[in-house]
Ligand binder design. Structure first.
Ligand code: GDG
Length: 467
């Protein structure tokens, strides 16, 4: 990443994300990468405060070292309607191709707009001319547009961690007509995959005001902006070290019995019910002489206040219960479903112990678990990654065993292939995957994004006057 004199005009970095770490920075991962970038550039990290009865404008400082951490206020109603409502009951399902789960309430969008405008005003009040502004994710799709309306000409980039909807799905968003202007207000609109870039391109093609240029650039209202893929990585070395150090918890499974592992936030996009059913299909058809496999699924509850998440939790409990009732024996439970958070070091040890990882979302921006599993394996005796076609990670991880999670029979065959794979093929696939996971790690991702953002042409005054 540009440092010292390479910083554009010596500007700082302003990062906006919904979550902001309160205390110590956890090692590895996105939070750590943002922390490192901010330490290098200097600047500010802005995130949401805990909800309060009334939200005041401006920012509150919560920490100050190499850079400042500040929060913007959120009222309890805004938390319910901007965060749980528009962000997580409209944008999240829509962007994960689940229009059937949309819960549209006109007032929720008003709160989303209010919060985005409040955040934009707070940033406009503190941004210095050469600061880079880096927005994270779908909670803040309008912030750049609001900043431009306030006359802010800084370089602004947004990275969308989740998929972008395809052209027909996106029509279900009541605010679809505003999307091109929101996107065009950035200098860089970053996505996880080429597939997502194509979806944005398709949407912009239908927008009469947008002109497509070369190399990912577009022009709208007199200024150019770029739409590009920046596939996110992990801190591969930190994960490999943690996995090597970790003591695997006692699992009480048969000695040479294979362990299949899934690790996901409990979210309907992760395809957990489909995964459980495919495993049942495998159990139904597996030869009797096999050692009995155990499938361990760790899925801590997430967004438990949203109805769709309560429903998926119930459905998963019922599915696991029914499968275990049908296939379990006195000394064997096929599915171990752990519905709580497990420490990262324990997860790293479990990845290393697992023979097969099941990373089979129905839609996913990237999926970091696929990369963590690969980084954690013993290269001499690696496990096998089963990866869904619908995880963004598939564009970089072609050597995984790829599955269609909607096809239980095909999925079950792939589980059998994974459990039967000989050591030479396991090593061949793992070597290739590992090389990519280490080369395109989280540092590579941060650097690529910030290099591109630093080099973006500055917005022009005519545009600011035109919007
Ligand atoms: C979004 C996009 C994109 C899960 N359970 C536990 C635990 N985890 C950790 C995993 C992994 C992370 O949570 C989940 O990673 P995903 O990639 O599946 O992320 P999402 O939360 O859906 O986030 C996604 C990501 O942003 C980054 O851009 O890849 O597509 O949806 O790191 O290890 N960690 C611990 N205990 C658990 O019980 N310690």
């Amino acid at each position: 990443m540009p440092d010292g004199d390479d910083k554009p005009g010596g500007g700082r970095l302003i990062v906006l994300s919904n979550r902001i770490p309160r205390g110590n920075i956890p090692s590895g991962g996105l939070v750590h990468a943002i922390h490192e970038a901010l330490t290098q550039f200097g600047g500010l990290w802005i995130g949401a405060a805990e909800p309060t009865p009334v939200a005041e404008p401006g920012l509150t400082t919560i920490g100050d070292d190499a850079y400042e951490r500040r929060t913007f206020a959120l009222s309890e109603e805004e938390h319910r309607r901007y965060y749980l409502g528009y962000a997580n009951s409209v944008l999240w399902p829509l962007f994960h191709h689940r229009s059937d789960l949309l819960d549209i309430d006109e007032g929720d969008f008003d709160h989303y707009a209010t919060v985005n405008k409040r955040v934009a005003r707070a940033i406009a009040a503190i941004a210095k001319p050469n600061d880079l502004i880096w927005v994270q994710d779908y909670h803040f799709l309008m912030v750049a547009h609001e900043l431009r309306a306030l006359g802010v000409s800084n370089r602004i980039g947004l990275f969308l961690h989740i998929p972008f909807p395809n052209p027909s799905d996106v029509m279900a968003l009541p605010q679809v007509a505003m999307l091109p202007a929101w996107i065009a207000a950035h200098d860089i609109f970053g996505l996880q995959t080429q597939r997502d870039v194509s979806s944005v391109r398709e949407m912009l093609r239908a927008d009469a005001k947008t002109e497509q240029l070369d190399d990912g650039f577009f022009r709208r209202a007199g200024r150019e902006f770029c739409v590009r893929a920046f596939p996110i990585g992990i801190d591969a070395q930190a994960f490999a070290d943690a996995a090597e150090r970790a003591t695997v918890p006692r699992l009480t499974i048969e000695k040479r019995a294979p362990l299949l592992l899934g690790v996901d936030r409990l979210d309907y996009s992760k395809g957990l019910v489909h995964r459980f059913e495919a495993f049942a299909h495998y159990l139904e058809n597996r030869p009797d002489h096999y050692p009995r496999p155990t499938f361990l699924q760790i899925a801590p509850t997430s967004r438990g206040d949203v109805t769709a998440y309560q429903e998926i939790r119930e459905e998963l409990e019922q599915t696991a219960g029914a499968i275990n009732a049908q296939y379990a024996d006195l000394d064997w439970t096929p599915i171990r479903y752990v519905n709580r958070h497990v420490d990262r070091d324990v997860i790293a040890g479990l990845y290393r112990r697992a023979d097969v990882a099941l990373v089979t979302p129905l839609a996913d921006g990237m999926n970091l678990v696929a990369k963590e599993f690969v980084a954690a394996q013993d290269p001499d005796d690696p496990g096998v990654l089963i990866l869904s076609h619908f995880a963004g990670a598939v564009e970089q991880m072609k050597e995984a065993l790829l599955v269609n999670p909607f096809d239980p029979a095909g999925f079950a065959h792939t589980i059998a292939d994974a459990l039967n794979m000989d050591i030479r093929e396991r090593r061949r696939r793992h070597d290739a995957l590992r090389e990519g996971v280490f080369r395109q790690d989280i540092g590579w991702w941060t650097q690529r994004f910030l290099d591109r953002l630093s080099a973006a042409p500055r917005p022009i005054d005519d545009y600011l006057k035109a919007i």
